[in-house]
Write a protein that binds this ligand. Structure first.
Ligand SMILES: [Zn+2]
Length: 253
């Protein structure tokens, strides 16, 4: 029983505590090439949140990790079987209800730990920040916290060498061997501005990649996953600590 994981703890422990900071991991349920499970983003978010929270809790700060939200925005994958889409407006409604509970109970510091590229919580937190002015609302993407190029040879952004290495380290029994994986080959969009990254349109996933992966996973290794995991956890623990310790009304110097 880990006291910093809400789903594992109990009222006896919770009712005595003054919780400073709540963390909400948010994943997605979607195909990840042929070899990784649909729950990859959920698993990653739970492992990262738990390990970072552990370090913060052990330093004496009271932090709680809420159960991960398992569904993300998958509007570009309507034809991929059982990729479950939550519209951004639905996500915003869920977030509003969770924040209403925290706010009512005076748990004013909140971190949304995002684990899925299609989720974009910034506009929601802007709007909900007006509704809950006493709260400090933070979002972060663990997959952008350290430079992937320092750890992996092949770049990618979905079921790639990074995610496959992480899963080899964190949950190898929940994946097929790498020999079962597709190459994660992705087509380039024809429009230059979009390729350059400053113009945007939703990717039609099944037109971009055949195996649903983007990025070649073949050079994935457990050791790479472990190094990367530790580096990301270090960044997250630092962020969580800074937020737990800060005066939320005196953020600037
Ligand atoms: Zn993923």
């Amino acid at each position: 029983m880990r006291p910093y994981i809400l789903a594992e703890t109990n009222w006896k422990s919770i009712k005595e505590r003054k919780i400073e900071l709540a963390v909400l991991p948010w994943g997605a349920t979607e195909a990840h090439n042929y070899h990784l499970p649909y729950g990859t983003d959920i698993l990653e978010s739970e492992f990262f949140a738990a390990e970072a929270a552990k370090r913060v809790y052990e330093q004496g700060m009271d932090i709680i990790v809420l159960p991960a939200v398992p569904f993300g925005v998958n509007t570009g994958q309507t034809d991929i079987t059982l990729d479950i889409n939550l519209n951004p407006s639905t996500q915003s409604a869920i977030l509003d209800d969770i924040l209403a509970t925290l706010n009512r109970q005076k748990i004013y510091k909140f971190i949304l730990l995002n684990s899925h590229g299609g989720n974009d919580f910034k506009p929601m937190l802007r709007e909900l920040g007006l509704k809950y002015p006493d709260m400090l609302l933070i979002s972060c993407d663990w997959f952008r916290s350290v430079d992937k190029k320092l750890y992996f040879e092949n770049d990618g952004d979905h079921a790639d060498e990074m995610e496959s290495s992480l899963m080899l380290y964190l949950a190898p029994k929940r994946m097929l061997p790498l020999s079962e994986a597709g190459e994660g080959k992705a087509k380039q969009v024809k429009i230059k501005g979009i390729r350059e990254g400053w113009a945007w349109t939703e990717r039609k996933w099944s037109q971009v990649t055949e195996d649903t992966g983007i990025g070649n996973p073949k050079k994935a290794r457990k050791e790479k996953g472990e190094k990367y995991f530790q580096a990301v956890v270090k960044k997250l623990a630092e962020l969580f600590t800074d937020i737990a310790q800060c005066d939320k009304d005196e953020l600037y110097q």
